[in-house]
Design a binder for this molecule. Sequence first.
Ligand code: PDD
Length: 280
Amino acid sequence: RIAYVNGQYVPHQHACVHIEDRGYQFADGVYEVVPIVGGKLIDEKGHLDRLWRSMNELKMDAPMKRRPMQLVMAEVIRRNGIENGLIYMQVTRGVAPRDHPFPKNAQPALVMTAKRLSMEKAAQKAEKGVTVITVPDIRWQRCDIKSVSLLPNILAKQEAVEKGAYEAFQFDGEGNITEGSSTNAWIIDQDGTLITRPTSNSILAGITRAALIELLKEKGIKLELRSFTVDELRNAREVFLTSSSSYVQPVVQVDDKVIGNGKPGSVSLELRTIFKDYMD
Ligand code: PDD
């Protein structure tokens, strides 16, 4: 495997950054995960737009312009020979003596890795469905920024794993679901209405979520953009989640509550197919 680190392509096991990189010391960085399907990046523009937005919101300089970054992305995929998988890219504010204020002369650092994913395994997981737990959302008030500061997210995910679940859906102070630890949350209520939370500072504006919303519009499938409660989630007809690594993934259990008959819902599976067709 080959990684890209600040201008160089290096063997993955030897790829490293300096101990005073601000990403390491302060989690002062942002990232993107972009799916690769059939050797091609999915929604490359959306992911780059969001990366630039994250950098802007944190007043971070870009390590390079968009066009050269796209060339690096293509080269990382080529050198790793990835057909299906994902690319991980991370920008930090760079290396500087540890001090909280922004450094004056640091060069923003760019790192990229790519990994293979099995489409067969993903399909099997979708056919079976996954379980989720619900946990309080203890994150900060800028969850719209795709920052590498992910401690609350990993604590939530770890709790899910320890309980044998795939994902943790987080709920805010009002008892409304915000999103998963690394996914967006969707429900279909007992009337068949599709519901997902509107974007705000409380959630990450998922690229998969946005692409699916566009596909729903094209197909004339009605969607309500509103918050929903933990109770609505538990009593939903169908539940699913979206992300760049899971695509559209049906959920068949929330905490101890089985959703529907415990099998992926028909609409969730149809939406997965629609999204797969869009990626192919
Ligand atoms: N996670 N919400 C959060 C908190 C996320 O971290 C992610 C993505 C999403 C879904 O966004 P998208 O559809 O653009 O992938 C929602 C990535 C995959 C990760 O952290 O690995």
